[in-house]
Design a protein around this ligand. Structure first.
Ligand code: NDP
Ligand code: 8X3
Length: 250
């Protein structure tokens, strides 16, 4: 029986690479994101029999409900939800941050993620399926400019662990995946389109790739059903930890 994964954020980065990996592995994919042209291109690349496109803004609850209601026969039994859609906006300190940016991150990374998860829980329980939530090392390690982004990912990690508790006995597996630096469109989005800043961050750093993350998601999803990866933190070898900072008077 062919399995079906709903992958959010499938227009770019981790989500798009995961969509390719799951179709390569013989799964069907519901690919969602806002950029319909990219989703159509992905469907054309991977085959309409393997990919169903659901183009909508994940913050739009009515559009999300419609996308669920309009799932075609053969794509309705969702075995896996990969919540990859998300973003950071801004790199500066909280005291200068845009409240609009903060709200966008909360609406996308938290509210939309829990809304889609809640909507798909009955199907996932029916299928004894799995949820893989893309959190971040920013959930675990504070850094300057991480403010609401890191806090939103801390929510994702804790929500995932709490889901594990609630889904006890259902056979549904839940994982929070906490990657560090990976080169995608993430930094372009975070800097509101500053390609030079994005290139500078990744230059010479040998960051993780979207394929690295997709391969990890695939590994988690295809473990034997009696195994649950609760949380998985990963970084490129080039990235590690810095110390605390101390402000001194005069
Ligand atoms: P990308 O910017 O490449 O991809 C982000 C995806 O999220 C896009 O497909 C985008 O689709 C989708 N998305 C954003 N906002 C919305 C929205 N309102 N409605 C629907 N879809 C939306 O970044 P990544 O692939 O790197 O990021 C994927 C996840 O991984 C994010 O949650 C990010 O926080 C997390 N992460 C990234 C890391 C990194 O270093 N790259 C490290 C750790 C975690 P579209 O714009 O078409 O709507
Ligand atoms: C993305 C990783 O370090 O840019 O979640 O916050 S980081």
């Amino acid at each position: 029986m062919t399995k079906t994964a709903w992958i959010t954020g499938a227009t770019s980065g981790f989500g798009r690479a995961a969509a390719r990996r799951f179709v390569e592995g013989g799964w069907q994919v519901i690919a969602s994101g806002r950029r319909a042209d990219r989703l159509d291109a992905l469907r054309d690349e991977l085959g309409a029999e393997h990919v169903h496109v659901a183009a909508f803004d994940i913050r739009d609850t009515d559009a999300m409900s419609a996308a669920i209601a309009e799932l075609p026969e053969g794509f309705r039994e969702v075995d896996l939800l990969v919540n990859s859609a998300g973003l950071a906006l801004g790199t500066g300190p909280a005291q200068g941050a845009s409240l609009d940016d903060w709200r966008t991150m909360i609406d996308t990374n938290i509210t939309a993620l829990v809304t889609l998860t809640r909507a798909l829980l009955p199907a996932l329980i029916e299928q004894r399926g799995a949820i893989i939530n893309v959190s971040s090392t920013a959930a675990l390690y504070p850094y300057m400019g991480g403010n609401v982004y890191g806090a939103s990912k801390a929510f994702v990690s804790q929500f995932s662990l709490n889901l594990r508790a609630d889904l006890h006995g259902t056979g549904v597996r839940v994982t929070t995946l906490e990657p560090g630096m990976a080169e995608t469109e993430f930094t372009l989005v975070r800097t509101h389109g500053d390609q030079a800043a994005s290139d500078k961050l990744y230059h010479g750093a040998n960051p993780m790739t979207a394929q690295d993350i997709a391969e990890t998601i695939w590994w988690i999803a295809t473990l034997p059903p009696h195994l649950n990866i609760n949380r998985l933190e990963m970084m490129p070898t080039s990235q590690s930890f810095a110390g605390f900072q101390i402000h001194r008077d005069a």
